[in-house]
Design a protein around this ligand. Sequence first.
Ligand SMILES: C[S@@+](CC[C@H](N)C(=O)[O-])C[C@H]1O[C@@H](n2cnc3c(N)ncnc32)[C@H](O)[C@@H]1O
Length: 243
Amino acid sequence: MKWYFANTVQRLRFAARHPRYALKAALRELTLADERFLADATGTRPIQVRGFLQEPFELPEFLAHLHQCEPAFRQGMASADLWGKKVLVQYAAVRALQPDLVVETGVASGVSSAYILLALERNQRGTLHSVEIGDPAYLPANKEPGWIVPDWLRERWHMHIGDVAAVLPGLLRELGKVDMFIHDSLHTYEQMKFEFGLARPHLRRDGLLLADDALWNSAFGEFARAISSPASAIIRGVGILTT
Ligand SMILES: C[S@@+](CC[C@H](N)C(=O)[O-])C[C@H]1O[C@@H](n2cnc3c(N)ncnc32)[C@H](O)[C@@H]1O
């Protein structure tokens, strides 16, 4: 429960500094706006999505593993939040869509990879392909990319070390159609546009494209408009669109 308390304190501090944003976020929570968007995008029900957003915290083995990793994780660059709401959006999207093939860019310590793999395991189907250049600046000393992913979640995982530009085109050609693409590598306008453009022809109809930190520039919004996405939103900083 210590992490929950710490998270609540962090959220209250954030709310005091950004009252308008906090009020809007509270309204979204009250009206289940995020859950309704994800449910519509994946053909599920908002109440199911709400359950998915809580689910990782009800799984003692996963929680214990993250707690065990936390001290080492804190020594590296904060590339993700171990308990963050953002990664729960990715988790819930995978639980709701029930994908067979997921591709993500940007692994670092592997927080999002661990949550995505947990979701696939709970779905009892699907594979994750992750592309990571292996920049040690994002890692604690002496740790490999994805070190946080527990052994018991690695069976559904394929890690590809290299630059997205070199690895992703061939990987997507090999995979053919994918159900979900998740961008979390370098959040520059150029890189995001580049990855979205590569992924798009490979996304199956009614698949999902997610982009972490989608508010950092206009790439996600422009892309959603350019492809006339049937539904797009930025939830907790994560851009989500249907194809
Ligand atoms: C924000 S971190 C990823 C965080 C991760 N998804 C998580 O939840 O822990 C960004 C990662 O993208 C990687 N990266 C940056 N540019 C890249 C590129 N061109 N190709 C592949 N990986 C890249 C970095 O090495 C870094 O590990």
